[in-house]
Write a protein that binds this ligand. Sequence first.
Ligand code: F6R
Length: 244
Amino acid sequence: MLVKIQKNYKELSEKAAEILIKEISKNPSIVICFATGSTPPGMYKKLVLAYKKKKIRFSGITSFNLDEYYKIKRKDKNSYCYYMHKILFDKINIKNKNINFLNGEAKNYKKECENYEKKINDKPIDIQILGVGVNGHIAFNEPGSKFNSKTRLVRLSQETIKANSRFFKNKKSMPKKALTMGISTIKKAKKIILLASGEKKAEAIFHLVKGNLDEKWPLTSLKNHNNLVVIIDKKAASLILKKL
Ligand code: F6R
C-alpha cells in the first residue's frame, strides 16, 4: 500500500488527477470505475480541465460506477447516474455506449447485479476510484459485509443514511437500499486509488493503515491488494500521524 499524504483537499485532488491523467495518456482505452460523493469532485474538475486543454481524451475509455441507490430514477437529481453526467461525463468526450451503471430502476435487481458482474468480467477494471464512509464502508459495502461479496442489493446503515440524506431536499425520500459492487468485485481492479479528506475519515484511515483485516471495517479488505494507492489530506491522516 502506498500512502500519499497531501496538505489539503485541493492538493489531494491534484495528486489523484495527476495519476489518472498519466494512466489515461498511457492507455487511451483504459477501464475506470468511478465513485460519487463529496470527495472526488475536485479530481473530476481537474480531469475536465485537462480535457479542455487537450491533454487527454476520453473517447476510448470505458467507465463503470460503484453503486446506485435502489430504487431511484436515472433522471432523479440524487441518482449517481445524474451526478456523474453532471460532474464529468457531460463535460468530456466519453462515448455513451462505454458508460456502465447499475440501474437503480431495474425491476429484477438480482439479474441486474449478475449482468453487472458479467460486464466487469468481460471488461476488467484497470483503475478503481474509491471514497470511504465515516464507518469505513467502500461503495455501499457497509460494516459486516463479507470480503468475498459480489454485486448485490444492500440495506444502507443508519450512519450512511444520516451522512447522505443531507443531499436530499426531502430527507425522508432518500432510498434506504442500494445496488453496490461487492468487495471482491472491487478488489479485482488492477489498481485502486482510495481518496479521503477531513478529520471524519481519520478513524477509518487508521484502521486501513494500522489495523488488521476486519469485516467491521470494510476498507481493511483492501490491505492485501497488490496495487493500492491511498491519497489523503493531513486531516484524514491525523490519527496515523499521531500514532506512528
Ligand atoms: C460513492 C460511494 C461511497 C462514498 C463514501 C464517501 O460512490 O461508493 O462509498 O465514496 O460514502 O462519501 P463522501 O466522499 O461524500 O465522504
